[in-house]
Write a protein that binds this ligand. Structure first.
Ligand SMILES: [Zn+2]
Length: 304
């Protein structure tokens, strides 16, 4: 058993849904986010990614993280964090920053809004029954596809919507640009690696892992001027923490982050950390979600 550290993960902080995110369940309302930060300030000692890597942790450490490259973290969340003197760790994808591509989940969300779920399933030649949501489609089907299959799916969906991935990225105001991450350091936001193109690691070749993990980190260091030592595995699933992915990651990262909402007292390795997504949880639900459920999930794993 090792030290307890609580790590939370957020994505997009906004009052209104955007079609690129509306089917993904990644939005936290700003008023809720503010309540969460106030709760953390009262009940925890907020730490940075570097504190975690160094192992210099106070009695009740909590680390705030963000995944993906949503502009709202800079525009909305950073003001709340600054007021609370809270450091954070923001995992971003350079391909999204550079304006060259969009994660498949954003395109699926938009396609489900524009074309409808049935047409999306037909366009992608998916035969599985019982798929009721975009996250279900991503976790159960897309997660097993190669990068070429995913690129082809994105192309087909965009053509059916009369657009292109590049055009969607160019016209959307949801995401940060390459120069934005230069400002992170002044806001006490540490840059983390979230892979080059927000892809599943489990079916990648060693060359693709090199691009997604190693080159992505190098590019983020160049763009941000920060040292990047943490990697968050896209979609947060331990199935993507493959031997090859961990080998590539450990050459240049000191900590690797999943989601799974389990207790960090019981992780598979000292450099792997679980995180908890609070979404729009009310403050009174937070102790249950942060303290009780993570331990329950670990106990459940042992029993099974
Ligand atoms: Zn992500």
């Amino acid at each position: 058993m090792r030290r307890e550290v609580t790590i939370v993960v957020y994505h997009h902080i906004a009052d209104q849904e955007d079609p690129l995110t509306s089917k993904l369940g990644v939005v936290t309302r700003p008023d809720v986010f503010e309540k969460h930060i106030r709760y953390f300030a009262r009940h925890f000692d907020m730490v940075s990614g570097s504190d975690l890597v160094r192992g210099s942790l106070p009695r009740k450490p909590l680390l705030i993280t963000f995944d993906d490259a949503y502009r709202s973290v800079l525009d909305t969340a950073s003001t709340v964090l600054k007021a609370a003197n809270a450091p954070s760790l923001f995992f971003v994808n350079p391909a999204t920053l550079l304006g060259s591509s969009l994660p498949v989940d954003n395109i699926l969300s938009l396609a489900a809004e524009v074309l409808g779920k049935q047409q999306v399933i037909a366009l992608l030649n998916i035969n599985e029954t019982g798929l009721t949501s975009v996250p279900g489609l991503i976790a159960n089907v897309i997660s097993k596809w190669t990068q070429a299959q995913i690129a082809d799916a994105k192309r087909r969906l965009c053509v059916a919507m009369g657009t292109s991935e590049l055009e969607l990225r160019r016209t959307s105001k949801l995401f940060l640009g390459a120069t934005d991450i230069k400002t992170f350091a002044s806001l006490d936001i540490e840059v983390g690696n979230h892979s080059m193109s927000h892809t599943f690691f489990r079916s990648l070749s060693s060359t693709e892992l090199e691009t997604e993990i190693v080159q992505s980190r190098e590019l983020l260091e160049k763009l941000s001027g920060q040292t990047v030592q943490c990697l968050s595995i896209p979609y947060g699933n331990a199935l993507d923490a493959t031997e090859g992915a961990l080998r590539a990651a450990r050459r240049s990262h000191k900590a690797i982050f999943l989601v799974h909402a389990k207790s960090n007292r019981f992780t598979p390795a000292a450099d792997i950390f679980y995180r908890i997504s609070l979404g729009n949880a009310a403050p009174e639900e937070i102790p249950f979600k942060l303290r009780i459920m993570p331990v329950v999930r670990c106990v459940r794993d042992w029993l099974w």
